[in-house]
Design a protein around this ligand. Structure first.
Ligand code: UD1
Length: 340
C-alpha cells in the first residue's frame, strides 16, 4: 500500500483530503500540532472512512519528529498543508509566519531529501497573485503577494521550483487554491475557525445560526456587477479531489508547469453568495455595507486550463451545493469541533 504523509491533516482542507485518500485506498499518516484544529477531526475522519490511519501530534518545526516519522513509515509522497493561514494575523506576526511556514517547510524538505523521498504536493494559494491587472489569473502571471502570509507561500513555491531545477527527478506540484468553502456532504467534517471568522462563508453561516448579528460587506464600489468583491469559490470536496489528481499525475510535473490553479473559473460577488446562501438556508441574512478591507481586490478567478490539461481535473460543485454543505455543517455543529 502507498503511504502518504499529510502535514496539517486536521485542518479544513487536510481533513477532507485525508478522507478522500482513505476512500481511494491510500494509506495515510498525518502530523498536526492542533494549534488551529482539534483531535476530534481525526476521530470523525476515521468514522466516515471506516478506516484507521496514523496520527502524530507534533510540529514540523521539530526536526526530530519528522526524522522519526520518515524512519518509522515507508512514505511514498507528501501532501504539505501545515502552516499558519491568516493574512491579517501574518502582517502582525511576520516572524512566526516565516518560522512556521518557511522554516517548517525547509525542515520537511530536508528530511524528505535525507530519506530519498522526492514527491510533494504543496498547499499554496491564489493569494500569491496579489493584485493582478487581469482578473482571470494564469499561472504564468508575475506574482506580488501583499500579505506576509502570501509572501511565505511564494517563498516556499520558489524553494520547490529551485529544488526541481537542481534535481529534476523531484516531482512537485504547487497547488494555488482560490477560495475553498463548503464541507463534507455528511455535515460531519467542515471548517471550524477558532476566532471571529475573517472569511466570508464562516461569517455568513454564523450569522445564519444566530451567533453574529449581521454580515459586514467590505465595500460596494469595486468595478464589479454589484460593486461588491468577486471571488472564485471552490467546494472543499473538489479541492480534495484536486490533490488526489495531483498525486496521481506527479510524473507529469515538469519545470514549467509545477504551479497549478485550483478554482472553478467562475466568480461570485459577496451579495450573490449571500443570496445563494439565503436560498439554501431559508434564512434572511442581515447585512451592512461598510468600507473596503485593506488588501482586498475587486475580482479574482482562476484560469483552470492547466489543471484540466495536466491533472485531468476540474471542479464539479456549484455555489448552491457549496452553500448547502456549509450550512449543513454549521447546523449540525453549532459550536464546531470539541475543543477540549
Ligand atoms: C482571504 C485571504 C487570503 C486567503 C483566503 C483563504 C485576505 C485579504 N485574504 O481571501 O489570503 O488565502 O482568504 O480562503 O484576508 N467579505 C466581506 N465580509 C466578510 C468577509 C469577507 O464582505 O466578513 C468579502 C471580502 O471583501 C471578499 C470576499 O468576501 O470580497 C471573500 O473574502 P474572504 O473569504 O476573506 O476571502 P479572500 O479575501 O478572497
Amino acid at each position: 500500500m502507498t503511504k502518504i504523509l499529510v502535514t496539517g491533516g486536521a485542518g479544513f482542507i487536510g481533513s477532507h483530503t485525508i478522507l478522500k485518500l482513505l476512500n481511494e485506498d491510500y494509506d495515510v499518516v498525518t502530523i498536526d500540532n492542533l494549534s488551529n484544529s482539534s483531535y476530534e477531526v481525526i476521530n470523525r475522519i476515521k468514522f466516515l472512512a471506516n478506516k484507521n490511519f496514523d496520527f502524530i501530534k507534533g510540529d514540523i518545526i521539530d526536526k526530530s519528529i519528522l526524522k522519526s516519522i520518515f524512519s518509522k513509515f515507508n512514505i511514498e509522497a507528501v501532501i504539505h498543508f501545515a502552516g499558519l493561514k491568516s493574512s491579517s494575523d501574518s502582517n502582525n506576526n511576520p516572524i512566526s509566519y516565516f518560522e512556521n511556514n518557511v522554516v517548517g517547510s525547509i525542515n520537511l524538505l530536508k528530511e524528505m531529501a535525507n530519506f530519498g523521498i522526492k514527491k510533494i504536493v504543496f498547499s499554496s494559494s491564489a493569494t500569491v497573485y496579489g493584485e493582478p491587472s487581469t482578473k482571470k489569473c494564469k499561472e504564468t502571471f508575475e506574482l506580488s503577494p501583499i500579505s506576509v502570509y502570501g509572501k511565505t507561500k511564494l517563498l516556499i513555491e520558489n524553494i520547490l521550483l529551485d529544488i526541481k531545477f537542481a534535481q529534476p527527478e523531484w516531482r512537485i506540484f504547487n497547488l494555488r487554491y482560490f477560495n475553498p468553502i463548503g464541507a463534507h456532504p455528511s455535515g460531519i467534517i467542515g471548517e471550524d475557525p477558532r476566532n471571529v471568522p475573517s472569511n466570508l462563508i464562516p461569517f455568513l453561516t454564523q450569522v445564519a445560526i444566530g451567533k453574529r448579528e449581521q454580515l459586514l460587506v467590505f465595500g460596494d464600489t469595486y468595478d464589479t456587477s454589484d460593486g461588491t468583491g468577486k471571488r472564485d469559490y471552490i467546494h472543499v470536496e473538489d479541492l480534495a479531489s484536486g490533490h488526489i489528481a495531483a498525486l496521481r499525475n506527479l510524473e507529469k510535473a515538469e519545470k514549467n508547469n509545477i504551479n497549478v490553479n485550483l478554482g472553478t473559473g467562475q466568480s461570485y460577488s459577496v451579495l450573490e453568495v449571500l443570496r445563494a446562501f439565503e436560498q439554501c438556508s431559508g434564512k434572511n441574512i442581515p447585512y451592512k455595507i461598510v468600507g473596503k478591507r485593506l488588501g482586498d481586490v475587486g475580482e479574482l478567478y482562476a484560469d483552470t486550463s492547466l489543471a484540466k490539461r495536466i491533472l485531468g481535473w476540474e471542479a464539479k460543485f456549484d455555489i448552491l451545493q457549496m452553500c448547502n454543505d456549509a450550512w449543513r455543517w454549521q447546523k449540525m455543529n453549532p459550536e464546531g469541533y470539541d475543543k477540549t
